[in-house]
Design a protein around this ligand. Sequence first.
Ligand code: NDP
Length: 246
Amino acid sequence: MTHATQKVALVTGASRGIGRAIAQKLAADGFAVVVNYAGSASLAEQAVADIEANGGRALAVQADIADPDAVERLFAQALETFGRLDVVVNNAGILQMARITTDNVGLLDKTLLTNLRGSWLVMAKAAEVLEEGGRIIALSSSVLGKSFPGYGAYIASKAGVEGLVKVLANELRGRKIAVNGVAPGPVATELFFTGKSEEQVQSIANLAPFERLGQPDEIADAVAFLAGPQGGWVNGQILRVNGGMV
Ligand code: NDP
């Protein structure tokens, strides 16, 4: 395949966890991949090296998705290096637990900054530059269906993301670009394990009839479906991928 015809995907937060699995899967499916990260330069370079070792093409780009200038630079570097963009996956996100109290409003601001403002910026830029037939995929969370105590800021941010997905799908009328969300249940990553006891982890894992956590690869498979030829007629939807948790 020549460089001009190879499709290109950009994945935010692809240095580790679910994003890294998505980058790897899309590379295996034939995309050149932009591996975005916030601070983990060596992990991102490792992800790129893994893709290249399997015969793929990839580029690591640092950018805080909540910063408009950084997002501008991220997309510019992607286009400069690979010449086109077909798929953008906004996966970068943070989770910090806090109950809904006046004291915790700073945590709401911080969560919205990355998860909602970051999604807005990445999805907006994707809408601007994607090729016809392009796909935008945003990561939400199945925890919206559970409303657990302590998840207020996170759920508010992801409810916002689901809103953006549906509105943007309508705003892109005539462009042949599909916009969808993927809402994982609990997945074995740093984001999920941080701050939880072994007992808490087990009881959350048991919520799904399959009685286990999801793996990053299982989320990547759903994203790859939406990004690939078989997902073309899915638009404006939120796909829950959670082993039946909700
Ligand atoms: P991890 O914490 O394992 O990885 C987060 C990734 O996002 C890292 O690559 C990190 O980069 C990057 N990141 C964080 N903040 C920013 C930022 N401001 N700008 C750019 N990149 C950033 O998370 P997961 O893989 O678990 O989660 C991925 C997505 O899936 C998130 O949106 C999350 O909300 C969602 N999700 C996760 C679930 C789970 O149980 N794990 C369940 C449901 C949804 P760096 O390494 O440089 O810090």
